[in-house]
Write a protein that binds this ligand. Structure first.
Ligand SMILES: Cc1cc2nc3c(=O)[nH]c(=O)nc-3n(C[C@H](O)[C@H](O)[C@H](O)COP(=O)(O)O)c2cc1C
Length: 172
């Protein structure tokens, strides 16, 4: 497919903007990703990571990561996390994020996120351009008054007002 058409296709699907933080063997990386639930009990999330990237290598090595839902106040840092190469030795300093120790995994959480999930890798599967990592949620944390960010048409959108009569609780 032509690359402009592919960009139009891929960016037409709204996706949550999330920091993935990983620490393994003394090295740490924070990248921008998207995620979704794939199981409710146990709670399992999926991320897709590019083979050859620093985050892919570290998650494979450490078998754990955290997912941190980007708050609107952190969007600039999320774009940096998604564009500064993982092998830039100054990347973490440039991001200026607060990394907080997790309760159940070695990888740190990102302070100020709308929500954080500590994950242990259950399974890795090759899939097209990326590999899928299934993460069992072993700890989680949410922040009241947060404003999560969605990616849509190549830009970041803050979640603000729910539509009326739209409440439908999990599980579904
Ligand atoms: C908004 C946004 C979302 C991204 N989502 C993903 C993703 O889901 N999976 C992924 O592998 N990379 C994603 N990236 C790229 C990574 O955040 C990161 O820049 C890349 O993995 C770094 O690769 P490197 O270690 O080879 O430099 C995204 C980038 C941006 C800006």
């Amino acid at each position: 497919m032509q690359s402009a058409r592919r960009d139009e296709l891929l960016s037409s699907l709204p996706c949550p903007e999330v920091f993935l933080a990983v620490r393994a063997g003394g090295a740490t990386d924070v990248v921008a990703v998207t995620t979704m639930w794939v199981s409710y009990d146990p709670v399992i999330a999926v991320v897709y990571l590019k083979p050859g990237s620093t985050a892919h290598r570290l998650v494979n090595e450490g078998r754990n990561f955290t997912l941190n839902v980007v708050d609107a106040a952190q969007d600039r840092q999320a774009i940096l996390a998604g564009t500064i190469p993982g092998n830039d030795p100054d990347k973490l300093r440039k991001l200026g994020l607060e990394l907080v120790p997790s309760d159940s995994v070695e990888s740190p959480r990102v302070g100020g996120a709308a929500a954080s999930y500590e994950c242990r890798v259950l399974k890795v599967a090759a899939c097209g351009t990326h590999d899928l990592f299934l993460g069992l949620v072993t700890g989680w944390w949410t922040r009241d008054g947060a404003k999560p960010v969605i990616r849509y048409r190549g830009e970041s959108w803050p979640l603000e007002t729910p539509l009326p009569d739209s409440h439908a609780p999990y599980p579904h």
